[in-house]
Each structure stands twice: as C-alpha cells, then as structure tokens.
Design a protein around this ligand. Structure first.
Ligand code: SF4
Ligand code: SF4
Ligand code: SF4
Length: 190
C-alpha cells in the first residue's frame, strides 16, 4: 500500500483541493449561465422594441413581449399583422433574417386605428376597461367611459365586449413608429 494514501493529512489535502476545484468550476458555470441570460434578455428587449406593443395576440402569443421571447428562440418574424411590413423589415435588419410577407394565418396588415367611444351611448358597464390590455380607457361603473387616444394601440379588443356597440375604430395617420423607417439605431446590415 502507498504510504501517502494511508496518510490522513494527505487525504485531507487532496479532498480539500478537489472541493476547491469543484467550487471554482461551479462558480465559473454559474457566471457563464448568468452572462448568457443577460445576452438573451438584451436580444429580447431589442426585438420587443420593434414590435408595435398593441398586445392584440394576433401572433398567437399573449402579447408583444412573449412573441419577442419566442422570436429570440427562433420563431418566425412575420406573425405580427399590426406591425406589418415595416416591423418585419426592422426585425430582419436586427436579426439578419430574410424578409417574408406577413403570415396570412395571423391576419393582414390594417391601417392604424384608435378606439373612440360614442360617449352618449355608453352605459358604463366597464367591459371595455376589462378588455383593454394597455389601460387606455377611463371610466367607472355606470359612468361614461372614454379612450385616452395617446395610449390606445388600436388592438380593437374592446369593441366586441361592448354590449351596446358604441365603440368605433377610427383610422388615424401613422405614428412615427409606422412611417417608412430607417434601420434600427446601432444595427449595421451584413
Ligand atoms: S401581433 Fe404584433 S402587436 Fe399583436 S401581440 Fe403579437 S407582436 Fe404584439
Ligand atoms: S382602447 Fe380598445 S383599441 Fe384601444 S388599446 Fe384599449 S382595447 Fe385596444
Ligand atoms: S363596454 Fe361599451 S357600454 Fe360598456 S363601458 Fe365600455 S363603452 Fe361603455
């Protein structure tokens, strides 16, 4: 038998070195995972910034951020009908992907609209408030409701729930986000 192996001090030293090595490897792995998560988050943020924030769900995700997360994992970039060609173009620049037309399975691009409540007909049921994903409607039970136009994304999710059909979607001029755009800042095409 090797006398070193029988020596308890030797065994303690070897054990300590192994424990230290394992600790260092674990810390390094944790650091790498965290770094990867930070990179992933920043990509999601960049993608999300290019989406129209209508939160309409037409992309089949629960909102723009979930769709941005899915795109970061490889989902197609052409499922946002409200964003239309402009959004696809900006995403293709950002991700260096091929531009495709909007996937018709997720709707067709429509003009920019904003909800307007015909206030004299409103019965104050609050159903539109509950349906609005961006809190763009002001009102209270049995009181007239109104839309904050600057907050309205035009998703039209408030229209169907209205029991007296007093919400109109009015076409408006494109916002700066929807004008024919230059490339997203800081992105250099390949
Ligand atoms: S379709 Fe576009 S605007 Fe609507 S939730 Fe999805 S990403 Fe957002
Ligand atoms: S007011 Fe209506 S159309 Fe505007 S964001 Fe809210 S739910 Fe969508
Ligand atoms: S759903 Fe229609 S009736 Fe009800 S509060 Fe909204 S606008 Fe008024």
């Amino acid at each position: 038998m090797n006398p070193f192996i029988e020596n308890p001090i030797f065994l303690v030293v070897v054990g300590s070195l192994l424990a230290l090595f394992t600790l260092l490897v674990s810390l390094r792995l944790i650091s790498l995972v965290r770094k990867q998560q930070r990179v992933q988050h920043s990509i999601v943020d960049l993608i999300n910034a290019e989406l129209p924030q209508t939160q309409c769900g037409q992309c089949s995700y629960a909102g723009c951020l979930p769709y941005a997360r899915a795109i970061a994992k490889g989902e197609a970039i052409n499922k946002c009908a409200p964003g239309g060609t402009q959004t696809i173009r900006r995403l293709s620049w950002l991700l260096n992907e091929q531009q495709e037309p909007v996937d018709p399975a997720h709707g067709t691009p429509t003009p920019t609209t904003v909800a307007v409540i015909r206030e004299e007909e409103c019965i104050g049921c609050t159903k539109c408030i509950q349906a609005c994903p961006v809190d763009a409607i002001l009102g209270a039970t049995k009181l007239m409701h109104t839309v904050i136009a600057a907050e309205c994304t035009g998703c039209d999710l408030c229209v169907d729930p209205c029991p007296v059909d007093c919400i109109d979607m009015i076409e408006v001029q494109p916002s700066p986000r929807q004008w024919p755009s230059t490339q997203p800042s800081g992105v250099v095409p390949c």
